[in-house]
Design a protein around this ligand. Structure first.
Ligand code: TXA
Ligand code: MG
Length: 300
């Protein structure tokens, strides 16, 4: 999809003036603001209605920018970046004191990712500093995977239209700040892929882990409709609105790339309950299952 050049320059001007702008990444759309502009970062929290204890991800367009944000960068970081960047992996490092604390909700750490969407890279480059960007939805709603989804939640906010996101769920988040590498949020880059690059086992952060993923304790990804999850096809029964990972009658199909958009569709139709049928193969997708369980209120 082509963005008109004019929109692009408008987006740069707004960002430089401290006005948040939504832009596409390969995972989901993000609501961007320059990382060193504290007032603009504050606006991002306000616009989304995001709890102030939930830290943001800084998006970079080149490796040197990581050193503007983080200190004591371990060797494992470079190996992971080489393997997965640009792409859907976010890495938590120790924050440089010059980076406003609000970005990380006061934590001494900073989450960093280099997205692969060309429009995101171009925007970060043009603004001249990393952009914080949480998903561009109202806090708690399913993440937006196309420009119209952003408009639905954020009304008059400018959004650069970069078409549909190819990945469709948020990035994998891992932490390199503790004694052990920890997976904080599953995504399309899998735990096994990370372990293969590092040559070591990765721990998985649990809910009770005081350490890290503050975002995981908040309600997330939920449509307004009630969600009923079915893992065995024979249990589907009388579903009034069904989405399925494998053909079941004429039910709309879903996969990782359109899952959120199916939830939003159901909400637009005003259905009271969505039944989600997830076949055994899809159940192996840890990133997608995490979002489905949260949408169904089965995981917090
Ligand atoms: O794919 C993505 O990551 C998208 C696109 C726009 O890049 N962004 C995104 O941002 O999903 P957000 O804010 O919706 O989710 C960020 C997650 C939250 O779970 C947050 O708690 C965690 O990353 N996080 C951010 N900074 C952290 C930090 N310093 N330590 C631990 N977790 C952190
Ligand atoms: Mg989010």
């Amino acid at each position: 999809m082509k963005v008109v050049e004019e929109d692009f320059y408008k987006a740069i001007a707004l960002l430089k003036a401290g006005e948040p702008v939504a832009f596409p990444t390969e995972t989901v759309y993000g609501l961007g603001a320059p990382v060193f502009n504290e007032a603009a970062v504050k606006k991002v929290f306000a616009i989304k209605g995001r709890p102030s204890d939930n830290p943001l991800i800084a998006h970079v367009c080149r490796m040197e920018e990581v050193e503007r944000l983080a200190v004591e960068i371990p060797e494992a970081f470079y190996r992971l970046a080489k393997a997965f960047w640009p792409g859907p992996l976010t890495i938590v490092l120790r924050r440089r004191p010059e980076v406003p604390a609000i970005v990380s909700a006061g934590h001494p750490t900073i989450a960093i990712r280099m997205p692969s969407h060309p429009m995101a890279l171009r925007l970060i480059e043009a603004v001249g500093e990393p952009l914080v960007a949480p998903s561009a939805n109202l806090s708690g709603r399913p993440s937006p995977t196309k420009a119209a989804d952003v408009k639905e939640d954020l009304k008059d906010r400018m959004v650069l239209d970069g078409g549909e996101c190819s990945v469709g769920i948020e990035s994998t988040v891992i932490s390199l700040v503790g004694p052990k590498v920890l997976l904080l949020r599953p995504g399309s880059v899998t735990q096994e892929e990370i372990e293969a690059v590092l040559g070591e086992k990765v721990g998985v952060a649990s809910k009770n882990d005081p350490v890290h993923s503050p975002g995981m304790k908040h309600a997330h990804y939920a449509p307004r409709a009630k969600v009923r999850l079915v893992l065995d096809e024979t249990q589907i029964g009388e579903a009034n609105y069904l989405i399925a990972s494998e053909p079941v009658g004429s039910a709309p199909l879903f996969d990782r790339s359109n899952f959120y958009s199916r939830l939003r569709e159901a909400d637009r139709l005003g259905v009271e309950e969505i039944t989600i049928y997830c076949d055994p193969k899809m159940q192996q997708d840890a990133g997608l299952m995490n979002r489905i369980l949260r949408a169904a209120g089965l995981m917090h």
